[in-house]
Ligand binder design. Structure first.
Ligand code: DC
Length: 223
């Protein structure tokens, strides 16, 4: 049997999960898995079909002939829908909201469960998401719940979107974030919550370097 080790990082949007998880994975020589990209890929696909995300039956039907996969291109994670690389199209505010909406559908979560567990079955991973420590990898070696105030998270996400050339205001980003937080924590299926055995890390007052250093210390102490 191949021994693999999993680090689960959960938390709300914009807490710095993906940036920090990517750095940690690189240093540990683990694979970084951004599970939000899988929900985004489904959200993007559903929008592309012209479906409303509130049309639960339509979304479930769309899963019938759908494959969603993660692969690595020059060390970077790419996500594929029916073999097509959609990585460049899934970071818009519309796709964020669609991803959050479809992620509340239990059939969507069940559909992505095996994809996620499969990634961690034979390889050491740093996996980030909302329910990795609670549902996907409950036996993960290390679990971290990474959070920050909504204002700190909206500030960071706004800066990121502006750098990518997306025209949005801070207030729009904050409003989307507050709505997404509410929806992600209040859905019935696998809501965002801290696992009982997850270490809580609040990065509201941290620079990226400080947050990475804190996370690294937590991981190295427990590995
Ligand atoms: O991490 P992200 O912002 O890319 O995630 C997009 C949406 O996908 C998020 O609002 C909730 C959902 N999601 C989820 O429900 N479970 C995960 N493990 C990851 C993301």
């Amino acid at each position: 049997m191949i021994m693999s080790c999993a680090i689960a990082i959960d938390g709300p949007a914009g807490a710095g999960k993906s940036t920090i998880a990517r750095i940690l994975a690189k240093e540990l020589e683990f694979i970084y898995v951004d599970t939000g990209a899988l929900y985004r890929a489904i959200g993007y696909h559903v929008l592309g079909l012209g479906l409303e995300t509130a049309d639960t039956e339509g979304v479930i039907d769309a899963l019938q002939d759908l494959t969603v996969a993660i692969d690595y291109v020059e060390g970077e994670q790419h996500v594929f829908v029916n073999g097509k690389d959609v990585s460049g199209s899934i970071r818009t505010p519309e796709v964020s909201m669609a991803a959050s909406a479809v992620s509340a559908i239990p059939e969507v979560r069940a559909f992505l469960l095996d994809v996620q567990r499969g990634m961690a079955a034979t390889r050491s991973v740093v996996m980030d998401g909302r329910d990795i420590g609670t549902t996907i990898l409950p036996d993960a070696r290390i679990k971290i719940f990474l959070t920050a105030s909504p204002e700190a998270r909206a500030r960071r996400r706004h800066k990121e979107l502006l750098e990518k050339g997306t025209a949005v205001t801070y207030d729009e980003v904050l409003a989307d974030m507050v709505k997404r937080d509410y929806d992600d924590t209040h859905r019935a299926a696998s809501p965002l919550r801290r696992a009982a055995d997850a270490v809580l890390v609040d990065t509201s007052e941290d620079t990226l370097e400080q947050a990475v250093a804190r996370m690294k210390a937590i991981v190295l102490e427990r590995l």
